[in-house]
Design a protein around this ligand. Structure first.
Ligand code: H79
Length: 463
């Protein structure tokens, strides 16, 4: 063959390879195949955001942990219908007195924004089955079923767009109210389905979800209650296809499908990609380490409940909350922090104070959280690390959770032995440092005994 032919053949082969590699298919659950680039683009805002506010609000907020003699002293007060085994008809009557006259969408969104949250996830329908939006196929919702008669979810969605916060919604597959759903004898978990009525219920959910995507513009669908036996991975795949047809950019959590193995929020090691959903969902726990290649978000309460509970006073400290956020970021995950507003529509003052404190910290140190990736070192005895690649190089953020013994800290070699160019306190002055062995042995930084911030002080090292 002539040389020219070889060159042409080679070029064809090479361009074929190039096309192949840039189109490498990422199976994001069996319901979707997209290129790595398309997948990264779809997840980009969510990965950069790192910090969101979760809102649990429903008829359970009215009971606030009490039903007759029954008291929820600890844990999810939003589960009271199941815990106290309240009959459907009695529970439904709560709607008639649900009148959140103190509700102020602008204030809620501003509270999240001032805390440094980039997105809000609001319960649209929890396990109780009541819709906190204007469900087109039900009267058991905030507009048609309560004296309040206004669409609070639409107001929150509008405010989010106004204030530049991503609007996202929670939706429970398990439903303790719908007539297609059967209840075990003593409580509602896990709820079953009358086989002939399963399709009716799936269609009912799909119409809710269509509304949330098309009419309310939700950017994430945060499913829950997927553990009911009758819900299958095939159902999840069908639902994902339905949702992505409505909005291909939608992000869906892994509780849409059957991969999650427990409260750690992930599928069995190495199996996450085999199930539906874009991200893992640890609940009330921070994983010991991240899972490379798997997006995740941990959801955490400030006290022990999701829905408002007047009996629960076990509030986490500001320090714990900030450090949990830093910990999540250092492991490549997002932190979704919950508030449970009262039936009057007010976020409890204890939550407001804590969010404000997080905002104070984030205003100075936010650059070490947003858009960062996980810690590169096997151990970080000083606290945590986050990393940010940028046009001029790479920044390593060293998060100090406490004083450093004898004022010297050796940061191990980074980026294969790159030389540190500068070091400074985030929000402050330069920090003294020495490059060890031209970077091959890392960088020594001099840390004063008095740290600028008692919760977490951050040094930014430029490479
Ligand atoms: O909405 C909040 C809680 O009401 C809800 N999720 C957060 C975001 C929640 N529902 N249940 N739980 C939390 C705990 C449930 C645990 C179990 Fe299971 C369900 C145990 C057995 C079925 C999850 C699925 C853990 C193992 C399998």
């Amino acid at each position: 063959m002539r040389r020219f032919t070889w060159v042409v053949l080679g070029a064809i082969l090479l361009s074929g390879l190039a096309i192949y590699s840039s189109n490498t298919v990422v199976a994001q659950g069996p319901a979707r195949q997209e290129t790595r680039e398309a997948h990264d683009a779809r997840m980009a805002w969510w990965r950069d955001a790192r910090f969101g506010m979760f809102v649990h609000w429903g008829l359970y907020s009215e009971l606030a942990g009490d039903w007759k003699e029954y008291k929820v002293n600890q844990g999810g007060a939003e589960w009271i219908m199941s815990y106290a085994n309240i009959p459907r008809d009695e529970y439904r009557q709560l709607a008639q007195t649900f009148n959140p006259t103190g509700f102020d969408a602008a204030a809620w969104v501003a509270t999240a924004k001032n805390a440094g949250c980039k997105y809000i996830v609001v319960t649209s329908k929890h396990h109780e089955g009541f819709s906190i939006f204007d469900a087109s196929n039900s009267k058991y919702d905030i507009v048609d079923g309560t004296p309040y008669q206004k669409d609070t979810l639409a107001a929150i969605a509008d405010e989010c767009r106004k204030q530049g916060i991503h609007f996202c919604t929670y939706y429970s597959i398990m439903d303790w109210d719908h007539p297609s759903q059967t209840k075990p004898d003593n409580a509602y978990n896990p709820t079953g389905v009358i086989a002939e009525r399963k399709q009716e219920y799936v269609d009912y959910m799909k119409e809710h979800l269509r509304q949330l995507v098309q009419d309310y513009g939700t950017e994430v669908l945060w499913f829950d209650g997927e553990w009911v036996d009758w819900w299958t991975e095939e159902d999840a795949q069908d639902l994902c296809r339905f949702l992505w047809d409505l909005n291909p950019n939608l992000i869906i959590n892994n509780r849409v499908g059957k991969g999650r193995r427990g409260m750690n929020g992930f599928a069995d090691e190495g199996k996450d990609q085999e199930y539906s959903g874009d991200f893992g969902t640890p609940e009330q726990e921070l994983p010991a380490m991240g899972r490379p290649g798997v997006d995740w978000e941990t959801c955490i309460t400030m006290n022990t409940t999701w829905g408002f509970n007047k009996n629960d006073h076990q509030w986490k400290s500001r320090e714990t909350l900030v450090r949990q956020l830093v910990d999540a970021a250092s492991k490549g995950g997002n932190y979704l922090l919950n508030v449970g507003p009262t039936a009057a529509g007010e976020i409890p003052p204890e939550s407001i104070e804590r969010l404000a404190a997080m905002g104070d910290w984030m205003k100075i140190y936010g650059e070490s959280i947003y858009g960062t990736t996980s810690n590169p070192f096997p151990e970080t005895p000083w606290g945590r690390c986050t990393v940010k690649a940028h046009d001029g190089g790479t920044t390593l953020y060293v998060h100090l959770f406490g004083r450093v013994e004898d004022g010297k800290l050796v940061i191990p070699a980074f980026l294969g032995g790159a030389m540190a160019k500068s070091a400074k306190w985030v929000g402050g002055d330069a920090v003294e440092f020495t490059v060890l062995d031209a970077g091959k042995s890392g960088t020594e930084i001099i840390v004063p005994t008095e740290l600028p911030n008692t919760i977490d002080s951050v040094i930014a090292i430029e490479y």
